[in-house]
Design a protein around this ligand. Structure first.
Ligand code: NCD
Length: 306
């Protein structure tokens, strides 16, 4: 299916061949990220971020600039008419007049789907509540493919806040399109959402555990996530789990030599800084892959590349 004009709301809207296409185009974007291009000349991206963001927002904006386009934005509801009581629906109806594509981050599950249904231009979900973050999954898949050379035949552990972490939900759906074995590692109160576990385990072998050491020697990828403090209904619950999984160099002694550690970032304290200099650490490189994969998504959805 053509990408032109498509919304990117959930990774589940994409087939394996769609994802392969984005990963192939991402590879072509790497030299353009250095040299620049004019393929999105005249196109305007509107960034609507109603939650904090560093990487998602800046990488989308940078991707647009590198391809010759430009950006407008709202970053705080305080500075827009949302403060005056304007609904998300009316905000979308307004902004679509000023741009060619919208990237939305919003605290509510379902927000990106609603915006996409209302909007006449493509909407990219830059994170919808605890639900999904599909372009993070694309950059995560690209990171694995680029660093390990393949996506099939791998064992992958997803560690941390699997209940509220939207990146793991999207990534698990994406990985389940490949021949992978998935290990969900979390404290009991933050286990992977049932609907995600049930769907992925129909396609691939999936296990739940709370002991990372047990599976460390088997895995090719360790995907660590932050405990999503802002999504806990009860601060005491956060205090109970906040430091349950912290990766330190000692955890890595039985790891495969080529095992890679990823993290969508920001990191709080779930990976000790002395892991950063080990050959396993790929979470800083992952941000570069985020830029090029967003260049690919924008080029495809805006129809600059078929
Ligand atoms: C993530 C998010 O916003 O879901 N950040 C990101 O986009 N790289 C992860 C997080 O906030 O923990």
């Amino acid at each position: 299916m053509s990408f032109k004009g498509r919304d990117v709301v959930s990774i589940r809207d994409f087939t394996k061949s769609d994802i392969e296409k984005v990963l192939d185009i991402t590879r072509l974007m790497e030299p353009l990220a250095f040299g620049g291009s004019r393929i999105l000349d005249g196109k305007v991206l509107a960034a609507l971020f109603f939650e904090p963001s560093t990487r998602t927002r800046m990488s989308f904006e940078s991707a647009m600039h590198k391809l010759g386009g430009s950006c407008i934005s709202i970053s705080e509801s305080r500075t827009s008419s949302i403060e005056k009581g304007e609904s998300l629906a009316d905000t979308i109806r307004t902004i679509e007049n000023y741009c060619d594509i919208i990237v939305l981050r919003h605290p509510k599950d379902g927000s990106a789907r609603l915006a996409a249904e209302l909007s006449s231009i493509p909407v990219i979900n830059g994170g919808s509540g605890a639900e999904e973050h599909p372009t993070q999954a694309i950059l995560d898949l690209y990171t694995i493919k680029r660093e390990i050379g393949k996506l099939d035949g791998l064992s992958i552990a997803l560690l941390g806040d699997l209940r509220y972490g939207r990146t793991v939900h999207s990534l698990a759906y994406g990985l389940a399109l490949y021949d992978t074995k998935l290990y969900f590692v979390s404290p009991d109160s933050l286990r992977i959402r049932r609907e995600v576990f049930e769907e992925v385990s129909k396609r691939v072998e999936a296990h739940e555990t709370n002991d990372i050491m047990d599976i460390m020697p088997k895995i090719d990828v360790l995907y660590v996530t932050r405990i999503q403090r802002e999504r806990f209904p009860d601060p005491e619950e956060y205090e109970k789990v906040k430091s349950t999984h912290r990766i330190v160099p000692n955890h890595l002694r039985n790891a495969k030599k080529n095992m890679i550690i990823m993290h969508p970032l920001p990191r709080v304290d779930e990976i000790s800084p002395d892991v950063d200099n080990t050959p396993h650490a790929k979470y800083f490189k992952q941000m570069w892959y985020g830029l090029v994969s967003r260049m690919a998504v924008l080029s495809l959805v805006l129809g600059a590349i078929k």
